[in-house]
Write a protein that binds this ligand. Structure first.
Ligand SMILES: NC(=O)c1ccc[n+]([C@@H]2O[C@H](COP(=O)([O-])OP(=O)(O)OC[C@H]3O[C@@H](n4cnc5c(N)ncnc54)[C@H](OP(=O)(O)O)[C@@H]3O)[C@@H](O)[C@H]2O)c1
Length: 306
């Protein structure tokens, strides 16, 4: 048998329950992956609350959260040439990774599995898709180039920390907004931190920005993006907000094969996402509650089998 964390109705983390499920068998074109680390993201509590049901409709009861994980292929279905038993892989995309075993489409076109580069631990690999992949698409959308100055709102969150590091790898300078307690972390990644809240707009006036990525959302980041960067095509927000879009802060478009492109950019250069908390998979509800509280300054990871 295997284990999954499921829920039967939309609500708060108390709706999650741990249950035994059969180990799945792969259909043609699928592989079965045993997960070794699973990333936790804001989309998980948005899905659980039902806020994302138009975008990501789920079959209830018995739905499963989780849009990223790292693991090892344990069985290969008919017709699969891309992966073999024992391959380390990263799973990304549709919800369903809060479990130990999963049958996953193996083709590149399905874009649900990517080979895990050996340089990353399972834990680091598990948290790459959402944070680094989203940051990569956002930076590409702004057309960021070497030597430019980028403003990142929410720079101490998962996506923000990835955006800071990827922008530095692209040769850009970065100013990032965050709470004061996260400023040393941002400095250690080569960014200049600024506290958000009162005085932010005036504080930002001392720089001349080329592009901006909003990883926080809300009225102040929108106001700051409009004031800091003249051209709408050099602004992007990863948080859907009709007011921001109406005022000229475009919403993110993910690039195709986003994780593969992100891994190409990183290559063998330094890149690591701080992990702020680890929980056994069986305590997924606590992990989600911590994420909902926010402000951990890193990624939250679930470890199956603990
Ligand atoms: N469109 C997409 O595909 C996509 C993909 C990934 C995420 N998202 C969305 O993007 C948002 C961020 O995701 P995440 O994973 O990075 O979340 P996260 O790890 O929870 O980080 C959120 C960060 O926002 C910061 N923050 C809060 N209010 C702020 C403000 N007014 N100005 C500047 N920073 C502020 C916090 O900083 P401090 O702790 O320093 O206060 C926190 O570190 C979520 O809403 C998520 O759903 C969208």
């Amino acid at each position: 048998m295997s284990t999954a964390v499921l829920f039967d109705r939309y609500g708060d983390p108390g709706e999650l329950y741990v249950t035994d499920v059969p180990v799945p068998r792969p259909a043609p074109g699928e592989v079965v992956v045993r997960y070794t680390a699973i990333g936790v993201n804001p989309i998980d509590w948005k899905v659980l609350r039902g806020d994302a049901r138009a975008l990501l409709p789920l079959a209830l009861p018995g739905a499963c959260l989780g849009v990223e994980a790292a693991g090892v292929v344990v069985e290969v279905g008919e017709g699969v040439r891309r992966f073999e038993v024992g391959d380390a892989v990263i799973r990304h995309g549709r919800p369903g990774t809060f479990r130990v075993h999963e049958a996953v489409a193996a083709s590149q076109e399905a874009d649900e599995l990517t080979a895990q580069p050996g340089r990353f631990s399972a834990e680091q690999a598990a948290v790459l898709p959402v944070a680094a992949g989203t940051a990569y698409s956002a930076l590409r959308q702004t057309g960021l180039r070497a030597g430019e100055l980028l403003l990142v709102h929410g720079a101490s969150g998962g996506v923000g920390l990835a955006a800071v590091q990827l922008a530095r790898l692209m040769g850009a300078e970065v100013v990032g907004t965050a709470s004061a307690r996260h400023h040393d972390l941002l400095r250690s990644l080569g960014a200049t931190p600024v506290e958000y809240g009162d005085g932010l707009l005036d504080a930002l006036d001392r720089w001349s920005f080329d592009a901006t990525v909003d990883c926080a959302g809300g009225p102040q980041p929108t106001e700051a993006a409009l004031r800091a960067v003249d051209r709408a095509e050099r602004r992007v927000t990863i948080v859907p907000d009709a007011a921001a879009q109406g005022r000229g802060v475009p919403f993110l478009d993910h690039v195709p094969l986003e994780l593969a492109a992100t891994l190409d950019l990183i290559g063998h250069r330094p890149f690591a996402l701080p992990v702020s908390a680890r929980f056994p998979l069986s305590r997924a509800a606590e992990a989600l509650a911590l994420g909902l509280k926010g402000g951990t300054g890193g990624k939250i990871v679930l470890i199956p089998g603990e």
